[in-house]
Design a binder for this molecule. Structure first.
Ligand code: Z5A
Length: 209
């Protein structure tokens, strides 16, 4: 879908360093003269933020089914794309998304092992042919990412999954990144300065295209 604004997405496991990468991307895109609108998924509208609370919550004796989790992610995404992302892109603003559809492909498809065809059907219903213009996937080894996330405080329902879940999620992320010509992989198993330099250089290259 062609719009005057561009949709840039940052993806990765927890602890990959998305928060600081978002700041660098935002500063660089604004310096190039564009207005930046930040979003996060799940979330970003009043209703989608309520869904975020539901999906991250631990429901104790009530098992959250993989199907319910998947549907909630897409419900939140439908709200965000139609109410925030598309209107901004159409006005010429750039939207910087902390996670988007690749998260569902990786976490629900890879981590939860939901069939690809089921996720693709939902994506087609929800997003039609809407896709990110450019994605930066921040790659981190799951053990290291979880160590960083734990250092920051209490873990939520999804973060409490076992290591195998995050290993499958990372494996799917790497596969998706390899298949997507509009995605670059940033290695975050290096110093923070190294990550910041790689993020800045990737977005500058995109801006020059
Ligand atoms: N989810 C899903 O399953 N399906 C979907 O479709 C979508 C989402 C959209 C959202 O949670 C959860 O929903 C997420 C995926 C799932 N769950 N899990 N698990 P969230 O938005 O609350 O969490 P997050 O997106 O994973 O954010 P995060 O944990 O804050 O990750 P981060 O933003 O990448 O981490 P950070 O705050 O930038 O960095 C964490 C710490 O590591 C921080 O103290 C940094 O200083 C440190 N750090 C970062 N980089 C480095 C390097 N290079 N070296 C050393 N230390 C570093």
């Amino acid at each position: 879908m062609q719009t005057p604004g561009k949709f840039i997405v940052i993806e990765g496991l927890e602890g990959a360093g998305k928060s600081s990468a978002v700041t660098i991307l935002s500063d660089t895109i604004q310096s190039a003269g564009h207005t930046v609108v930040n979003t996060r998924e799940p979330g970003g509208t009043a209703m989608a933020e309520a869904i975020r609370d539901v999906v991250k919550h631990d429901w104790k004796d009530e098992k959250v089914t993989v199907e319910a989790e998947l549907l909630l992610m897409y419900a939140a995404r439908a709200q965000l794309v139609q109410n925030v992302i598309l209107p901004n892109l159409q006005q010429g603003n750039w939207v910087l998304g902390d996670r988007h559809d690749m998260s569902s492909q990786a976490y629900q498809g890879g981590g939860r092992q939901i069939e690809q065809s089921m996720i693709e059907s939902l994506r087609n219903i929800t997003l039609k042919n809407f896709r990110a213009d450019f994605t930066l996937y921040l790659d981190v080894e799951p053990k290291e990412g979880l160590k960083r996330a734990k250092g920051r405080g209490e873990l939520d329902r999804i973060e409490l999954e076992d290591l195998g879940f995050f290993e499958r999620t990372r494996e799917r992320y790497l596969l998706l990144a390899q298949q997507d010509p509009n995605c670059v992989v940033i290695d975050t198993m290096q110093s923070m300065q190294g990550v910041h330099d790689d993020v800045a250089s990737a977005i500058k290259q995109f801006l020059e295209c």
